[in-house]
Write a protein that binds this ligand. Structure first.
Ligand code: FES
Length: 173
């Protein structure tokens, strides 16, 4: 169960309670003392948390690291491992961090791979579904946590999640 909360994060979606992605990203930048040299590490973390690097997210990183937006954009487009757009029409990121792992995240991931026919880290051939993983979404208190199309789903119930994804994929057949 999630409750929308207003904020002005780089994510275009309202953040539900338990969504600490903005805090985690901020903590990462703080750990690097907001040094511009840490840009690649920060972008990695941002992509891991949000699934892709939106223009708003790149702008936020540029602002916080006091770097020209053109430099941040240049780095994000130079490296193939950064994605500036959602990878599939629908995406599901399964957190495999410790708190989620011990609550069955790996089993859930295997089941989602079998259900969708998409391996973790990949997008289906038709571009409709991406299955991603993260090390910690900052929602350990509601583990296991996944992000389904931008919505953090806490205490993810395997059957419920599989039904939701199946419905999403069927709707457009
Ligand atoms: S370990 Fe999954 S949200 Fe932190």
């Amino acid at each position: 169960m999630t409750t929308p909360a207003t904020d002005t994060t780089a994510d275009r979606n309202p953040r539900p309670v338990g969504d600490n992605r903005q805090k985690i990203l901020e903590a990462t930048m703080k750990r690097f003392q907001y040094q511009g040299d840490a840009l690649i590490e920060v972008l990695h973390k941002a992509q891991e948390l949000y699934g892709f690097l939106s223009p708003e997210l790149l702008g936020e990183v540029a602002r916080r690291l006091k770097l020209p937006p053109s430099r941040v954009y240049g780095v994000a487009t130079f490296y193939h491992f950064f994605s500036l757009a959602p990878q599939g029409e629908h995406s599901c990121t399964v957190c495999l961090g410790t708190a989620c792992y011990v609550r069955g995240a790996a089993i859930l991931l295997r089941e989602l791979e079998a259900l969708s026919g998409v391996q973790a880290g990949r997008t289906s051939a038709d571009g409709r579904f991406s299955l991603l993983t993260a090390r910690c979404l900052g929602a350990c208190g509601i583990a296991p946590a996944v992000v389904l199309d931008g919505e953090v789903v806490g205490h993810a119930d395997r059957s419920d999640l599989k039904a939701r994804i199946q419905a999403l994929l069927k709707r457009e057949e």
